[in-house]
Ligand binder design. Structure first.
Ligand code: FMN
Length: 305
């Protein structure tokens, strides 16, 4: 029979994440705090919402999925992200009062990129960014819901950074090479991600994270990671491997669909509680202290980095 090897980056990522194990350090440990300082503001958790788009209204409820999870993010006091949408959609997200980063698509229509970024700034966004992992598609440049995308150069990304006083976030970084370019253009944060598996055989974000952390150690760039994050243990591993924060993704969807705002609050609340528990059990009292000391590969003894 033909080709049957696993090229799905989601599966490869899940396997890698599950292979990383956690040791305990109980004596002298205290109940940990999940308070997080991120880009000069304080949040109750390093868990963030994903940059989602195109979610309708679930179960006949009034708000769209994006409006519901943004409201939950506001109530949880965590950083919120949204993806592709028109300006009137973003206005409704801004109206929820959540501190939100708007991720704009790399549209071929350069004017639209600039317009959406300016609109977000005027609407009071926390930050703006671009998902560079949607530039290319199998027929050349990607087309998303009928809209063409364009190649993005270093100079173009630097133009976006210079255009706004808000922090600029590059989403879809999966190599040291791109991470260093992001630092050089003046991005304030990157999201290490393969965008739920767009690239076959994509390296797990967690696997490349330690190298990116090392490359950016003297740079003023925050590191967020996403893809396959579904529990407090996953967030703990992300932080231990070098991330400052981690975003849940599709793992949030069943709770969002079923119970809306309350569902997302319960789900992310549970993820944060599990994170606090594991931090307490491994001797890290605060989020900034977490390192890879308690991570072990399946052989039970080797540290990862
Ligand atoms: C329904 C849906 C819509 C999404 N829309 C966007 C988007 O517009 N912009 C973006 O940067 N990422 C978008 N993403 C990707 C997520 O932000 C995130 O990177 C990805 O879901 C992480 O992987 P995970 O679902 O395995 O956690 C979308 C994902 C889903 C499932």
């Amino acid at each position: 029979m033909g080709y049957n090897r696993i090229s799905d980056a989601n599966e490869i990522t899940a396997r890698y994440l599950d292979s990383v194990l956690i040791e305990e350090r109980l004596i002298d440990s205290v109940v940990a705090s999940t308070k997080t300082c991120f880009l000069e503001e304080t949040f109750d958790s390093p868990v963030m919402t994903p940059a989602f788009s195109h979610l309708g209204q679930y179960n006949g409820r009034e708000l769209t999925g994006m409006e519901e999870y943004s409201t939950a993010a506001k109530e949880l006091n965590i950083l919120n992200f949204v993806g592709m949408m028109e300006n009137e959609g973003f206005r409704k997200i801004a109206d929820t009062g959540a501190r939100t980063v708007r991720i704009v698509k790399p549209y071929a229509d350069h004017g639209k990129v600039i317009d959406q970024m300016k609109f977000a700034e005027e609407a009071g966004a926390f930050g703006i960014g671009m998902d560079i992992d949607h530039i290319f598609g199998e027929n050349g440049l990607d087309v998303v819901v009928g809209e063409g995308m364009a190649e993005q150069t270093f100079a173009m990304l630097r133009e976006y950074v210079e255009l706004t006083k808000l922090p600029f976030v590059v989403k879809g970084v999966l190599s040291v090479t791109d991470a260093v370019k992001c630092a050089d253009i003046g991005a304030k944060a990157i999201i290490v991600s393969h965008h739920h598996g767009r690239l076959p055989y994509a390296v797990p974000p967690m696997m490349v994270l330690p190298k990116i952390r090392e490359a950016l150690k003297d740079r003023d760039v925050k590191i967020i990671v996403d893809c396959g994050i579904a529990s407090g243990a996953d967030v703990y591993k992300a932080l231990a491997l070098g991330a400052d924060a981690a975003a849940v993704g599709r793992s949030m969807l069943p709770s969002l669909e079923k119970d809306g705002i309350e569902g997302v609050k319960a789900f992310i609340g549970h993820v944060t509680n599990e994170l606090r528990f594991i931090m307490s059990c491994t001797g890290f009292a605060n989020v900034e202290e977490i390192n890879d000391e308690c991570l072990r590969m399946p052989d039970g003894c080797s540290s990862l980095t």
